[in-house]
Ligand binder design. Structure first.
Ligand code: CTP
Length: 131
């Protein structure tokens, strides 16, 4: 049984999110997703996500590829989460390329190319500009 773990905000869920989850799931038998907390996003990006953490977790957790979701409370705890969920593979988008190489002593680390031309930030800007 190979457990895969991945992380993200997954706000205003879009096809780039779906594809990274589908590709992450293909690395193993069980996929665990850490959905980043509202407070973490506020600290990191200086704004709250559009959808609150409980709803973002509900959406991600409803996907057939996802076996378990949890709230990611800190970006610095990846090693603890990998160990807690007994993950053998950590999958991240290549916007994080190289940033988690230090974890290769506890799991395999894979960086996947992002789906081009879509992001939550771009979607929010597009919606705002047409409102
Ligand atoms: N992702 C992806 N392709 C995209 C957008 C996101 O593969 N076009 C992946 C990211 O690499 C990450 C996961 O989806 O592994 C969650 O990313 P997140 O930061 O929540 O989404 P973004 O759309 O990048 O959000 P933002 O614009 O706010 O940074």
């Amino acid at each position: 049984m190979t457990t895969v773990i991945t992380f993200g905000t997954f706000d205003v869920f879009h096809v780039g999110h779906l594809r990274v989850i589908q590709r992450a799931a293909a690395f193993g038998d069980r996929l665990v997703v850490g959905v980043s907390a509202d407070a973490l996003n506020l600290r990191k990006k200086d704004r709250l996500p559009v959808f609150p953490e409980a709803e973002r977790m509900e959406i991600v957790g409803a996907l057939k590829e996802v076996d378990e979701v949890f709230l990611e409370e800190s970006l610095e705890l990846k090693r603890d989460y990998v160990q807690k969920y007994d993950a053998q593979v950590l999958v991240m988008g290549d916007d994080w390329a190289g940033r988690f190489d230090e974890l290769t002593d506890v799991c395999r680390v894979e960086y996947l190319p992002r789906t081009p031309a879509i992001s939550t930030t771009a979607l929010i800007e597009k919606i705002a500009s047409t409102a």
